[in-house]
Design a protein. Structure first.
Ligand code: NAP
Length: 486
């Protein structure tokens, strides 16, 4: 990779080379607005698709939808791409940005300099950059959650987190414990099962899992999708609206209950072992956590060398995991599929707005961001995929593209005014937060599940409480009156 020119001041700095950072950088590049740089802490691009290397890692949104709308076509080989293919796609996009990306550039702090109307960005190599506008595309699900089980430090075998998998990890023929039954677990479990001697899965909450119906595309379909922009667009639109229609169930609990009854019946037919069926039948309302997609999860649980343990974990010893009722499992390796620190993501300590206040301090009462992007004490600063802009039912790349287009219009508006600084008005921020709280109140996510969507007060602060189409509507133009300028 080439290194960027040694300039210290930029009009815009973008942090991160996942979908979010690359989407904005490519829009600017294509618009010949080239006074920007992208900082990436790793030595290659890809964000979450670079970091999540566990076996079986794939996307549960079809790739023709989970890709940038304006980017050149990519020859997706199957409906749901595997992580290495998505990483290769992102690397290909990043390549076109050339020296605009500076790798191994980890941001250690970014602070607003009010007197200069600039952001000062410090890097791990001691260098310091400044910029007028700062965009954080650092990913809300980037920091793994390592649960603090008593005695875990004494475990002598490999302790692997799905989000920090080392490339050459070989678990063949071993006795493996897998903690968690979320989106990562239902992918890594079926991928590990055929090669390990024993797989003990520790389930705290039974998830809702429905068929993914994954399949490879035939060479003919691939060729058509590669060569015909019309078919590509039509397929993407169809994928988008079918997901959007399913999203209606999140707004209509009666509809979700009908789907729930259907999935229960389906599960009763599919899983013949009554003891296993009882363990996996979800006790929580469908949709209150992410609905998981898998073609292999239920069948994996029926393998003779796979055990689903629902007794809570009590403690961990050098070579054993012990449950609350005293069952002892001898294990050679432990896999933690225990998710991410969303509500207490340490990245919130990096950014310091007016009067040195950190995002973490600013969010003490509640995590929020106007349209999922801006906070009042943080002028000229945008978060991508911030609070209230996650999605459970459709492609997050759609939300990202709404955001990057909105940021482009915001920057154009500020430039047209001849101003150097702008920030969201406190009233507009408060009104948005109140609206999000009100709309989330009766949502399925707040019906008794524990999940990363909810803050310690049990409020949704992660997901957009509506269809993604309504987010597009809200971000289609920049509401100039919601901002102060200087
Ligand atoms: P997650 O959904 O937060 O699931 C974590 C799992 O670990 C849950 O089953 C949880 O149990 C369990 N767990 C956590 N702490 C535990 C403890 N102390 N003791 C026992 N069990 C514990 O994490 P994830 O599966 O990594 O997924 C996180 C998010 O990443 C997803 O919601 C999704 O947005 C994204 N993701 C997407 C894909 C994709 O295909 N697009 C794939 C993977 C991940 P409880 O359920 O009881 O809390």
């Amino acid at each position: 990779m080439t290194s960027s020119p040694p300039s210290a001041h930029w009009s815009l700095i973008i942090i991160g080379t996942g979908f979010a950072g690359l989407s904005l950088a490519l829009q600017r590049m294509n618009g010949r607005q080239e006074d920007f740089i992208v900082l990436e802490q790793a030595q290659s691009p890809g964000g979450t698709w670079r970091d999540n290397r566990y076996p079986g890692c794939a996307c549960d949104v079809p790739s023709h939808l989970y890709s940038l709308s304006g980017a050149p076509p990519w020859d997706w080989q199957r409906k749901y791409a595997e992580a290495p293919d998505i990483e290769a796609y992102l690397a290909h996009l990043a390549h076109s940005l050339g020296s605009r990306i500076r790798y191994r550039a980890q941001v250690t702090s970014a602070s607003w300099q009010a007197h200069k109307q600039l952001w000062q960005v410090e890097l791990n190599d001691g260098s310091c950059l400044t910029c007028r506008f700062l965009v954080a595309g650092v990913g809300p699900l980037s920091e793994p959650a390592w649960p603090d089980f008593p005695g875990v430090e004494n475990f002598t075998g490999p302790l692997l987190h799905t989000a920090r998998w080392s490339k050459n990890q070989d678990l063949k023929g071993q006795r493996v414990g897998l903690i968690g039954t979320g989106a990562s677990a239902i992918q890594v479990g079926p991928a590990l099962a055929p090669e390990v001697a024993q797989l003990i899965i520790f389930q705290r909450t039974a998830p809702w899992v429905v068929d993914r119906k994954d399949h490879p595309y035939t060479p003919g379909i691939r060729r058509l999708l590669r060569t015909s922009p019309f078919l590509r667009r039509a397929y993407r639109t169809w994928l988008y609206f079918t997901r959007e229609l399913k999203g209606l169930a999140f707004l209509r609990p009666n509809l979700m209950r009908k789907i729930e009854a259907y999935v229960r019946r389906d599960l009763t037919h599919k899983v013949v072992n009554p003891r296993l069926r009882q363990k996996i039948m979800p006790k929580t309302p469908m949709g209150c956590k992410r609905i998981l997609l898998s073609d292999t999860w239920w069948s994996t649980l029926e393998f003779p060398h796979v055990t689903l343990e629902t007794d809570p974990i009590h403690h961990i010893e050098a070579t054993h995991l012990v449950t609350e009722t005293g069952t002892r499992y001898a294990l050679d390796a432990l896999v933690l599929a225990t998710g991410f620190r969303y509500q207490d993501n340490p990245m919130a300590r990096l950014f310091k707005g007016e009067e040195g206040i950190t995002l973490e301090e600013f969010w003490k009462e509640q995590r929020s961001a106007y349209l999922g992007m801006m906070m009042p004490s943080f002028p000229n600063f945008f978060l991508l995929t911030g609070p209230f802009s996650g999605l459970g039912h459709n492609s997050i790349v759609f939300m990202i593209e709404c955001q990057t287009r909105w940021i482009q219009s915001a920057l154009a508006h500020v430039a047209a005014l001849g101003k150097s600084e702008f920030k969201v008005r406190a009233q507009a921020y408060a009104a948005f937060t109140n609206e999000m709280n009100r709309r989330s109140k009766n949502s399925l996510w707040m019906q008794g599940c524990q999940s990363w969507y909810l803050d310690p007060e049990g409020r949704n602060t992660a997901l957009w409480p509506g269809l993604s189409l309504s987010y597009w509507w809200r971000t289609r133009r920049f509401n100039a009156q919601d901002f102060e300028y200087a």
